[in-house]
Write a protein of this length. Sequence first.
Length: 187
Amino acid sequence: MADKIMKSIERFIERLAISNEVDPQKAKHVFRLVLEASFGNDKGLSDVELEEITGYKQQDVRKILRMFAEAKMMISSKRKLPPQELVRYYWRVDIDSINLGLLKRKRAVVSKLKYRLEHEMSAEFYVCPLDGSRYSFSEAFDYEFSCPRCGAVLERNDNQKAVEELRRFIKELEQEIEEDERKIYSS
Ligand SMILES: [Zn+2]
């Protein structure tokens, strides 16, 4: 997973852990280990393996796994291990479900960007050539077109660049969303 996405997931895990009275560092550690064992045909990791790798107490590991299951971030599956047919639960990160969460977040960002674009396109802005502070037309009018900070004459701000940039961000993100949707809903 991309670095940026991983960071936002880890931030979420920290908050989740605190709300569940779980050590955030331990929770992140367990998540990373299980994530690494969740791609392709990997069977995931059992709670026993996690205890061995991390050295954390059984009750801690189980509490963390339960927390991730409740948050729909991990799924477990039962496996019988030969030769004694020992039953073990293997844990994997539910990548689809996490992607679905990210998809929601991306959609929220797109609508925010569209709102900003509308704002940029509908309004006239004035900027101070000395300190770069920016004002709407009505603010600039109230200040009689001189900067309230330094007194310089405010100049009409050409926001064409900002508009183009916003348009590009929106287009890129919309393409990403489309790809995500295709991946999630076709599987
Ligand atoms: Zn100024």
